[in-house]
Design a protein around this ligand. Structure first.
Ligand code: ADP
Ligand code: MG
Length: 701
């Protein structure tokens, strides 16, 4: 083998450690590691944040006032100057090109550093907002970069150059040099594992050229290179999901024929009939349950759409075969509530329910555990207490996880591991747009319930200001007199000195004075579960008229007679959370009202959130807006997304690419479910490399 290298050094390989690159040592290596660049390949995949056009500089004379622009000139003079009036010192650099002169100014600077860095006669690229001041063109606090040798510097000059995200000690020029070194020396080494039919079908560029182009593009928008790399980002996520899914689908479970007897009985006992959405979704779930492979289904339904009933009806198929069903919920209040609801549904069918919480008395707990182990308990409801080691099921056939976004990936999987491949049903009232659901829950089937039970009156939502508080109280008093019930929500339970929040405790006292004659109670997370249970049951039985609460009631609570909600400091809540909170009302046949009281002043973004609440009722619409406001990362939260952080891809703007990437990935796994074909070995390697730290995707669960 012949190497064309004269240095005697081995040629650069993709897995060469970054600190062995020319001009990189241990120190710079450390800085690069802070950016997750460990190898040459990592540098290749460290994409620019943006680009700067240094092929076509605007001559100084043609710079537009008020705009951010980039230009190029030679330093004519530099020095420290004082302002005429306040005698404040600043640093000034005068630059010149063939068309004019411009002043660069710094008001915060390190003089000796500046003097070392800039020399009269040096060539300088500078950018920033151009201003006109006392007949001078100037830029205050510009971005500047010295170009040693404009003719010879082909990396930083005379082309479109990449702009990377930096960290202390790491400079643009350094990164550009390193990445340029890698791209120019490794392009021929880059193997493109993507099958050529896929590339051809979707007119995707080759990988090597795409990687080079994304760093040193020929135009400011390297659309095609980006499209290929975005495709890859999605494709490998989808491939992992497809693999995981096919693995789970291959497992065998008990198939449960659709319940007949029990279902008829339960349906007959209901004072209403199922909505169309409930019927469709129930059929989908029953279809899954009847197969001898585990169901993996996500039920997305807006708040109040009646998911609990759907879950119960689905469970009947399993219960009819004398197998067990477990329902896991995120809070104790919700566990209590589900327990009560399910008892009323199931007791007439002679099915035993058990509630498992973390703070049961010793004797009760031993009893519950032994009931669960012997299958005396058929339907088990609980918080995360369900996933503790000591809980052993006899024959767990179905696991239902309510408000699943409140649980982490591992918690969800732990319950699944409790028994011989139970069927899995996830439920959520935080709906996410379908294309996004495909990525986040790509391994799940998704059922949608968009309709609400008939007879629901829309909730009127209104932003109310401090000046209208008394009017609001009068309105509430009238409604309370008429027998309706109210929630007043506070973001915090104790007043913190730093944050100017009204203390829920103190406010409850205040409201007791204002609404004398009515019963007002305070509910918050620090109460014992018995206390919480007592308060909720009194609220349900209408002994309490007004419930002052922190967000412990946020998810799931169902008290149809409560029609009023006041949310204090509403600007502190996220949009989805506001929608969840509001979902506690509007559950009965009376008109409901939700009042949002922002504290003053509110940010622009908060105003948009509150406005959206006034305008929209539909959870799907709200979720879309929330997603746009916060971006997918924040919106989804780190907890539930074993999801990749995408470098280039944008889940909202690149949905069409996501669609084809998903289609291709799933097709490929259908044809080669274990990636054994010779032509898929590259894909498999890439997949392992990309997801080595994300076990979830590799189906470890
Ligand atoms: P969510 O989907 O938010 O979990 P719930 O399961 O708490 O909603 O149901 C909300 C309320 O709607 C409950 O009081 C329930 O009894 C009622 N409900 C469920 N299905 C129907 C229906 N088909 N018609 C009328 N009311 C229903
Ligand atoms: Mg619910």
């Amino acid at each position: 083998m012949k190497f064309s290298h004269s240095s005697g050094k081995p040629p650069l390989a993709l897995n060469t450690s970054i600190q062995y690159l020319k001009g990189v040592g241990p120190r710079l290596g450390e800085y690069l590691k802070q950016k997750n660049i460990y190898t040459a390949q990592d540098a290749l995949y460290f994409f620019p944040r943006t680009y700067e056009d240094r092929a076509h500089f605007t001559p100084i004379r043609h710079l537009k006032i008020g705009e951010r622009q980039t230009s190029f000139g030679t330093i004519r003079s530099l020095g420290e100057v004082a302002t005429r009036i306040q005698r404040m010192k600043f640093m000034e650099l005068v630059v010149q090109d063939t068309t004019g002169i411009l002043w660069l100014k710094w008001f915060r600077y390190n003089l000796s550093y500046m003097k070392k860095k800039f020399k009269v006669g040096s060539h300088l690229v500078f950018s920033g907002e151009v201003k006109h001041y006392r007949n001078q063109l100037q830029i205050v606090h510009p971005d500047v970069e010295i170009v040693e040798n404009p003719e010879g510097d082909t990396i930083n000059f005379g082309r479109i150059v990449p702009v990377y995200s930096l960290t202390q000690g790491l400079y643009q020029k350094t990164l550009r040099r390193i990445v340029h070194q890698v791209t120019s020396q490794t392009e021929s080494l880059i193997v493109d594992p993507l099958p050529s039919e896929i590339k051809k079908k979707h007119a995707l560029l080759e990988l090597g050229p795409s990687l080079c182009e994304i760093h040193y593009p020929s135009s400011l928008q390297p659309i095609e290179a980006r499209r290929r790399l975005v495709f890859d980002e999605f494709f490998y996520v989808e491939l992992a999901l497809a693999l995981k899914r096919s693995k789970i689908k291959k497992e065998t479970s008990n198939g449960y024929p659709t319940s007949t007897l029990l279902k008829q009985k339960l349906l007959a006992s209901l004072p209403f009939s199922l909505t169309a959405g409930q019927q469709t979704v129930l059929k989908e779930i029953e279809g899954d349950l009847s197969k001898p492979h585990p169901m993996l289904r996500l039920l997305q339904g807006d708040v109040g759409s009646g998911k609990t009933l759907v879950a119960t009806l689905s469970a009947l198929s399993v219960l009819e075969q004398n197998h067990q069903v477990a329902l896991m919920v995120p809070t104790e209040i919700l566990a209590e509530q589900h327990f009560e609801t399910l008892c009323t549904y199931l007791a007439p069918l002679h099915i035993s329910c058990t509630l498992l919480k973390s703070d049961l008395k010793k004797g009760e707990k031993t009893q519950s555990l032994s009931d669960i182990a012997s299958a005396n308990a058929q339907f088990i409801i609980g918080t995360h207490a369900l996933i503790e080691e000591e809980v052993v099921f006899k024959n767990l056939g179905l696991v239902i996880i309510d408000e699943q976004h409140r649980f982490g990936v591992e918690q969800r999987l732990k319950l699944k591991q409790k028994g011989g491949n139970p069927h899995l049903l996830f439920m959520t009232a935080t709906p996410i747009p379908r294309t996004l659901a495909m990525t986040v829950y790509g391994d799940l089937d998704v059922s949608l319930m968009t309709d609400l039970p008939t007879g629901r009156k829309p909730i009127q939502t209104k932003v109310v200001f401090e000046s209208q508080r008394l009017k609001l109280y009068a309105f509430l008093r009238d409604k309370l007199k008429a027998g309706q019930q109210a929630y007043v929500i506070y973001p915090l339970i104790e007043e913190s000195e730093k944050v100017d929040l009204k203390d829920a405790t103190r406010m409850a006292e205040h409201l007791k004075n204002i609404f004398s004659g009515f019963t007002i109670a305070l509910l918050h997370g620090k109460l014992s579960s018995d206390e919480k249970k007592e308060i909720m049951s009194q609220f349900k039985s209408r002994k309490i008229n007004m419930l002052v609460s922190t967000t412990v009631i946020e998810v799931g609570v169902d008290v149809p007679n409560s029609t009023l909600m006041v949310i204090e400091h509403a600007e502190r809540f996220g949009l989805s959370q506001l929608h969840q909170l509001r979902g506690r009302i509007g559950r009965g046949s009376l008109a409901s009202f939700c009042f949002l009281l922002p504290s003053f002043p509110t940010s622009e973004e908060a105003k948009i959130r509150l406005k959206a609440m006034e305008q929209h009722q539909c959870g799907f619409r709200i979720a879309e807006i929330d997603l746009k406001l916060r971006g997918p990362g924040e919106f989804l939260g780190t907890k539930q997304s074993g999801l990749a952080e995408f470098q280039l891809a944008n889940l909202i703007l690149d949905q069409s690419i996501l669609k084809i990437a998903r289609q291709e990935a799933f097709d490929l796994i259908r044809k080669d479910p274990r990636l054994v074909a010779a032509e898929h070995q590259g894909l498999k390697q890439t997949l392992i490399q990309r997801w080595k730290t994300k076990v979830d995707f590799m189906g470890a669960g």
